[in-house]
Design a protein around this ligand. Structure first.
Ligand SMILES: Cc1ncc(COP(=O)(O)O)c(C=O)c1O
Length: 359
């Protein structure tokens, strides 16, 4: 691996008390190039512009995928990465679906470790804050033909982010969409493909204009079964059972979702991964068995849902607070990520960076 440290760090210009998600990037990035059937060695260098031509394949045909992870400050000298193997596996699954080359686990893991070592001062120390890690791959051939590119670029860039809940838990308001769907079986819904997000922006804007936070996606065929939310998987606590839509090709297999189901099982909670209709949710609310609803994802961690709107009807829950189950889940999950509670699952991957972290 080639490493070229910057001679001009930007860190002293950054106001770590006022971080906006995804706007500030740390000093270094990792770059790899795929050409003639093989990946180059990772090249870590100062973050900066890249040169492309207007004929860049990804801009025309959307062969682009990404991952979203976080590095957590776990006390002096330790930065925790979380479930690296799962993120690597999902990246490769997305690559396969989009007809792109897979990446070795060694390059992914060692690349992230080296990047963190170099930019460890960019990992915010405050609990709840983190260094967001964005690995991504795109078709880099300069060729406008509707077939898979033969060249690709892989990058990892990183961005310090504040706690999602700097002003307390703020339950989200969800609405289903009668007009749009996110994914259909056989499509790209279970891949972390850039185009999935492009298609969701218009429905998300419509939802916001109507006073909701995000869209609660229903299945594309019958518009009846709940799937997921913008960048979160969804969970329902019905009586004392935790229910979440099963992964059947249209839902993104969230790493947080996997962690939540494992933790719930550890506590002895029954977990059901199955089809769940929006009507069942409304019925459970009406008969008093729907105790809590929450979303789970890397960015939002555990996010309480305060309201669901569907075809003119609305149900409300825990409107101004987080429910006790979701709070317990938030505490246990972040406890593991920030190294405050024992990681009985071996999910964290500590990177040791020396004692001096000054941010
Ligand atoms: C569509 C979608 N669903 C669910 C999730 C949650 O996945 P994870 O827990 O791996 O962040 C994300 C975020 O990556 C997402 O973009």
């Amino acid at each position: 691996m080639k490493v070229t440290p910057t001679s001009n760090s930007r860190i002293s210009d950054i106001d770590f008390s006022n971080l906006q998600f995804g706007r500030i990037f740390s000093d270094h990035m990792l770059e790899m190039t795929y050409k003639d059937g093989t990946w180059s060695e990772p090249d870590i260098k100062p973050y900066g512009p890249i040169t492309v031509e207007p004929s860049l394949h990804a801009l025309h045909y959307g062969q682009a995928i990404f991952e979203g992870m976080k590095a957590y400050y776990a006390g002096p000298g330790t930065i925790n990465l979380f479930r690296l193997d799962d993120h690597h596996e999902r990246l490769n699954n997305s690559a396969k679906r989009l007809c792109m080359p897979e990446l070795s686990s060694d390059n992914f893991i060692r690349g992230l470790e080296e990047l963190i070592k170099l930019d460890h001062q960019w990992v915010p120390k405050t609990f709840g804050h983190a260094l967001y890690l964005r690995p991504f791959m795109f078709a880099s051939e300069h060729y406008i033909a509707a077939k898979a590119s033969s060249e690709y670029k892989f990058f990892i860039i990183t961005s310090p982010v504040a706690a999602y809940y700097s002003e307390g838990f703020n339950p989200v308001k969800l609405t289903t969409s009668e007009k749009f769907v996110r994914a259909v079986r056989g499509g790209t819904g279970e891949a972390k493909a850039a185009g999935n997000y492009a298609g969701s922006f218009l429905p998300a804007r419509d939802a916001r204009e109507n006073g909701f936070t995000q869209v609660l996606w229903l299945d594309a065929l019958e518009q009846k079964y709940v799937e997921e939310v913008g960048t979160m998987n969804i969970f329902f606590l019905i009586d004392d059972k935790l229910v979440t839509p099963k992964l059947a090709g249209t839902v993104l297999p969230g790493i947080t979702r996997r962690s939540v189901t494992a933790l719930a099982k550890e506590w002895g909670t029954d977990v059901e991964e199955r089809r769940i209709s929006i009507d069942e949710i409304f019925e459970a609310h009406n008969n008093g068995s729907l105790k809590e609803v929450f979303g789970a994802g890397t960015a939002a961690v555990i996010s309480p849902v305060g309201l669901i709107h569907h075809k003119g009807e609305t149900i409300t829950l825990n409107q101004n607070e987080i429910g006790p189950f979701a709070k317990k889940m938030f505490d246990r999950l972040t406890g593991i990520q920030y190294g405050k509670t024992e990681d009985t699952f071996d999910w964290t991957h500590p990177v040791h960076v020396g004692n001096e972290i000054t941010v």
